[in-house]
Design a protein around this ligand. Sequence first.
Ligand code: GDP
Ligand code: MG
Length: 162
Amino acid sequence: MTPVIALVGRPNVGKSTLFNQMTRSRDALVADFPGLTRDRKYGEGTYEGQRFIVIDTGGLTGDEEGLDAEMARQSLQAVEEADIVLFLVDGRAGLTSGDELIANNLRKTGKRAHLVVNKTDGQDPDIAAADFYSLGFESTFQIAASHNRGIRSLLECLLPSE
Ligand code: GDP
Ligand code: MG
């Protein structure tokens, strides 16, 4: 069985950057402005011989209007399709109300999600992660997607070992 990993989180936290690192493709557009990836996007990756599918999404904003609603719908569909849900947050921006809304929405799906604090480069990763403790996740991963840091240990923990 090939595990399916969904990447969710508000725009600009680094989902597409992580997707690219995990799939080593140029498929997912990475942009400096939020909301470019509007549809969910599928990619294939391997780690230590274990194949996996990763889904990039346009981002949950917690807003129910217009394009945001469509992106939220796509993200929730990705969550339903997934075996593993990664909830990305921005370790530079710190905790935002958007993160809290998404955490609540994820809780309602009943699916367990892992908190992934991205952009921990150039700062103490533990201090960056501490800002998100109040979201109440059991385990927190600290990564810097654009520096390809923390991704191997993330996959190591998430993927079933032979
Ligand atoms: P998405 O909207 O969640 O898909 O976010 P993107 O992957 O498009 O990334 C948004 C911005 O954050 C881009 O400018 C990325 O280069 C930047 N970014 C992504 N990961 C990191 C990281 O680990 N560290 C830093 N400093 N910037 C990052
Ligand atoms: Mg994106």
